[in-house]
Write a protein that binds this ligand. Structure first.
Ligand SMILES: C[S@@+](CC[C@H](N)C(=O)[O-])C[C@H]1O[C@@H](n2cnc3c(N)ncnc32)[C@H](O)[C@@H]1O
Length: 240
């Protein structure tokens, strides 16, 4: 069974990867080993009939590694990504009996599933919604603790071209070239071709600046004591 709620275009201007799930998947494949990342998260979720809440779900690559008896709920504001997921589920690429997709803001806490979840996943989202002034990234994670027994967090230390250890040749070459570009050009490229999701400003996204020590510290302060490192990504686990 899959449910959807009439996905509609979200107003903000999005870069090319955020206009097409296929392009987004291609770009992420160039930047990191998606199989390693999502299979590691899936192992931490574990097998069996788990309730998994993915905030936000993006194009839903994680679902490919979950056991088919999982009850999966995904929120995202990107209608194209949600439509792609629904299509992939219909064609059998996503092999889950129960897929619930909602075009909701992850901060709409009152729209979270009423029943407690086994696992909430936050993958590649804190560096998008980061706000050092309001600390809303902390609120998001603290609130999730009321809804799940386990939380899995996965964020990169690197978001600037000079710090990214890209995975594929094309990703490596792009990072090598763009690291010499001035900030203004990087901001322009971000708007049209890179991480502009149409929801979170460049100003906020680019203020996510961590090294390994400060990211580990952020995870520890949030109560995530088990931390795994995958090239530029850190996976943290919190358990009730
Ligand atoms: C880098 S992608 C990560 C998606 C997914 N977790 C993954 O691992 O592929 C960031 C996603 O966050 C979504 N997003 C950003 N802010 C959001 C918000 N406030 N509410 C819902 N979705 C949001 C974007 O639409 C985009 O799909």
């Amino acid at each position: 069974m899959a449910t959807k709620t009439g996905f509609q275009r979200f107003a903000g201007f999005r870069s090319l990867p955020y206009r097409s799930g296929i392009i987004y998947n291609f770009v992420t494949d160039c930047l990191y080993d998606r199989y390693e990342k999502y299979s590691t998260i899936a192992k931490l979720i574990g097998n069996g009939s788990k309730k998994v809440f993915d905030l936000p779900c993006g194009t839903g690559f994680l679902t490919r590694f979950l056991s088919s008896s999982t009850t999966y709920t995904g929120f995202d504001l990107n209608h194209r990504f949600l439509k792609k997921m629904h299509k992939d589920w219909k064609s059998g690429k996503i092999n889950l009996k129960k897929l619930i997709l909602k075009q909701n803001n992850i901060f709409d806490y009152d729209k979270y599933p009423k029943e407690p979840q086994d696992v909430i996943v936050f993958c590649d989202i804190l560096h998008h919604i980061y706000d050092a002034q309001t600390n809303r990234h902390i609120d998001l994670v603290e609130n999730a603790k009321k809804h799940a027994n386990k939380i899995i967090l996965c964020e990169p230390i690197a978001v600037k071209p000079q710090d990214v250890h890209a995975y594929a040749f094309i990703g490596k070459t792009t990072m090598f070239i763009t690291k010499f570009f001035p900030e203004k050009v990087i901001k322009f490229l971000d708007f049209f071709l890179a991480d502009n999701d149409g929801i979170n400003s460049y100003h906020k996204r680019s203020s996510w600046q961590h090294d390994e020590k400060s990211l580990r510290e952020l995870y520890k302060n949030l109560g995530f004591n088990k931390i795994l490192k995958l090239t530029d990504d850190f996976i943290g686990v919190w358990e009730k």
